[in-house]
Design a protein around this ligand. Structure first.
Ligand code: PLP
Length: 379
């Protein structure tokens, strides 16, 4: 492990001087770069007022669009900004024709907002693919659930409560053979694992800066394969999606012919700035190096905690794991409080303590959380 390199990056994140921060899958740490970007935004606002839109902020949006496209394997014309993953899913869900295909297939391990998009629609039946082991979903189960009645398959790249990754290429094959749209929620993978809209043969891939991309709340990214963009006509829309946005003509409506047609209204500019700070760091380190570093930290955590007698809910294959580690605990809320008193920030989910390190954490921090968790259990 090249510790000098990681020590340099670590110094970007003030929270690490105050706490053992192991909850990046809830909220990535705030970097000095993001803080600098945010103060520049405030200064530009003080100096230029609304003129900053044209002189500066549209440029920042373009910069972020380019960086996000680079990260997710999409061209600039394939990236749209949304307010949240939920908003992104609603817009995409509104563009699908369910008349001959009334089903959407999701996994029972997916984040609820994925299923809710379609459960709220009277014209759609949601099919939930079951997990046999509580941590992963078998590809055969997906293949059994998806058929000619399926309009879309919508699922996570990484499951938020198990950390297990799904094989997107194989899932894409299943969707493709059934003629269904393949929608991926990559919120828990972008920034910690390679994600590639085209390479993974995904139709719509949604991510955002909140977690592993270190950019804070208020924004999500919708990427759509170019060939599909004009086929999808949303029925939830706004002026940012309109072709002649700045004509301000309410008498006619036409969509943009790139992915910006999936945008609604004014994006959260403070988040655009914090997201740029985080994205710069991710781009400079590179996702491949982050993945390797996170695997080292994660496997150390699993080994140490396993030696201390803890059990996990996780993918059996180490390559299918990510940096979200679910450690079984009788009273996870109490464990999280105990760890909090020791300066360790983790999270609780039913039956488990959720520990999610990122590249900026150290082996010593991993060992500390295991020791403290054992002290709590044995205390
Ligand atoms: C995988 C996944 N998808 C979606 C969401 C919710 O996203 P949003 O609040 O942006 O709708 C979360 C939140 O943590 C998540 O983990």
């Amino acid at each position: 492990m090249d510790t000098t390199h990681w020590t340099h990056w670590r110094s970007q994140f003030p929270i690490l001087e105050r706490a053992n921060y192991l909850n990046s899958c809830s909220l990535g740490a705030l970097s000095r770069r993001s803080v600098e970007r945010l103060s520049r935004f405030q200064e530009d606002w003080h100096t230029h007022g609304a003129s900053a839109w044209y002189e500066i902020w549209l440029g920042r949006l373009a910069e972020l669009r380019g960086r996000v496209g680079g990260l997710l394997g999409a061209g600039d014309d394939e990236v749209a900004f949304s307010a949240s993953v939920s908003a992104a899913l609603s817009v995409i869900g509104s563009a699908i024709d369910y008349r001959h295909r009334p089903r959407v297939v999701c996994a029972e391990l997916d984040f609820p907002t994925i299923g809710y998009q379609w459960m709220a629609r009277p014209d759609v039946e949601v099919v939930l693919v079951p997990s046999d082991d509580g941590a992963t979903i078998d590809l055969d189960r997906w293949a059994d659930a998806v058929d000619e009645r399926t309009a879309a398959m919508a699922t996570s790249h990484v499951f938020f409560t198990t950390g297990a990754t799904q094989d997107l290429k194989s899932l894409a094959g299943i969707a493709r053979r059934a003629g269904a749209l393949f929608i991926v929620d990559a919120y828990q993978s972008a920034g910690q694992l390679p994600v590639d809209l085209r390479g993974d043969d995904v139709d719509v891939l949604i991510a955002g800066p909140l977690k592993w991309l270190l950019g804070g709340p208020g924004l999500a990214y919708t990427t759509v394969r170019r060939e599909l963009v004009t086929e999808l006509r949303p029925t939830i829309t706004g002026w940012f999606g309109a072709a002649d946005q700045f004509d301000f003509d309410i008498t006619r409506h036409q969509f943009k012919d790139d992915a910006r047609r999936f945008e609604l209204g004014t994006p959260a500019l403070p988040t655009v700035h914090t997201a740029l700070g985080g994205q710069e760091i991710i781009d400079e380190i590179g996702v491949a190096a982050i993945r390797q570093r996170n695997q080292e930290l994660t496997e150390r955590l699993i080994e140490r905690a396993g030696d201390a007698g803890f059990r996990f809910r996780m993918a059996p294959d180490p390559e299918a794991r990510s940096a979200i580690v679910m450690i079984a605990a009788a009273d996870p809320g109490d464990a999280v409080r105990h760890l909090g008193q020791a300066g360790i920030i983790v999270d609780a989910r039913p039956g488990h303590v959720r520990v999610s390190p990122h590249f900026y954490n150290t082996s010593a921090e991993i060992d500390q959380v295991v020791d403290e968790l054992a002290r709590w259990r044995d205390g």
